[in-house]
Design a protein around this ligand. Sequence first.
Ligand code: NZQ
Ligand code: ZN
Length: 385
Amino acid sequence: MYNFEFKNQTEILFGKGQSAKIASRIPANAKVLFLYGGGSIKKNGVYDDVCKALETFTFTEFAGVEPNPTYETLIKALAVIKEQNLDFILAVGGGSVIDGAKFLAAATHFEGDPWDILEKGADFSNPLPIGAVLTLPATGSESNGNSVVTKKATQQKLPFGHPSVQPQFAVLDPQYTFSLPVKQISNGAVDAFVHVIEQYLTYPVNAPIQDGFAETILKTLIQEGPKALENPNDYDTRANVMWAATMALNGLIGQGVPQDWSTHMIGHEFTALYGLDHAQTLAIVLPSLMRKQKAQKAEKIKQLGREVFKLSAESDEVLIDQTIDATQAFFESMQVKTRISDYGLGRNTIDEVLAKLKENQRLKLGEHQDITLEVSKDILEMAYE
Ligand code: NZQ
Ligand code: ZN
């Protein structure tokens, strides 16, 4: 196991009615930006709960943060923060709203072009504190320091991350997820699954705690994800999915182990270019990436097959192939398609994605830094149909 330092500062407020505690977690004199998305919170009661929780505070609403939040929209929210001297951000929504809040937090006291935070990894100081009310279990953004923002003008989707922009608290009320469209239930389970895989499916470093936690999260998603589709109003199922998605990317399982993240990096280019949902891009890339990298990942693929999918086979080779097939079948069972051609995209996609990877310097991806552009090309060819 490698050395690590681990601290997760986010206080989790989990369960029914927990939004009532928001007021006690925000400084009494704070001037709050209430940040949200396209309006789903107005239809499911979340907006009313949050307004009630904020009734003793001075707050300003900013709506309209889109899925895959854009720099162009966030810059408008930044102007509101500055004009009104707001000093706390309450992000209410899915990963996009929470990621948007992190960018705003970092950009508020940043001198210079805020895009440099994403494109150049520019340092920032004194970020605004953030609280989160999660409505879509998927990204883990409610309890990590990562953010991904898209610049429409240049079709760039870039990540940044820092512990100082991690939410101070996060309300996880599973009831808030009852209103999710089927597509977002599917996306959430697939995204969380792939988050675990990015931190697990590398090579063994004798870390049974991390491996065991990771396997439990994967098994939970495989079991509870389809149940959430079949029986959307089951509270316990929603609660398990919600906690699994948070645990998948709150830092815990990634400590002291090698990490991959190549599926995410390649996937981001599909969203930047064609607007595919984040989880759809992962479902396209991961099975082919596993097939291409099966020699390097052999030990962990076998472990995934044995421990998570409960497979046994006459040879290692068969076990590996069955495990990859089972992973792909899980995505398909969650109704997320796994081939580029399933999304109505032509073969030109492959060269366009490769050009974007090159532009963004994604030239050596993966735990061995061996996913070069040539390897990415093979992965994309395999993912086509
Ligand atoms: O905007 P509204 O109207 O609220 O609707 C949203 C949106 O259209 C809707 N929704 C959310 N909660 C709902 C709901 N509809 C009904 N009922 C509810 N309870 O769902 C749609 C998608 O929301 P979005 O926030 O975009 O989804 P998600 O949580 O999957 O976030 C995706 C973004 O997070 C990034 C992705 O790249 C993408 O930009 N990621 C962030 C990560 C992180 N911070 O650690 C890691 C991930 O790998 C990922 O990259
Ligand atoms: Zn993801």
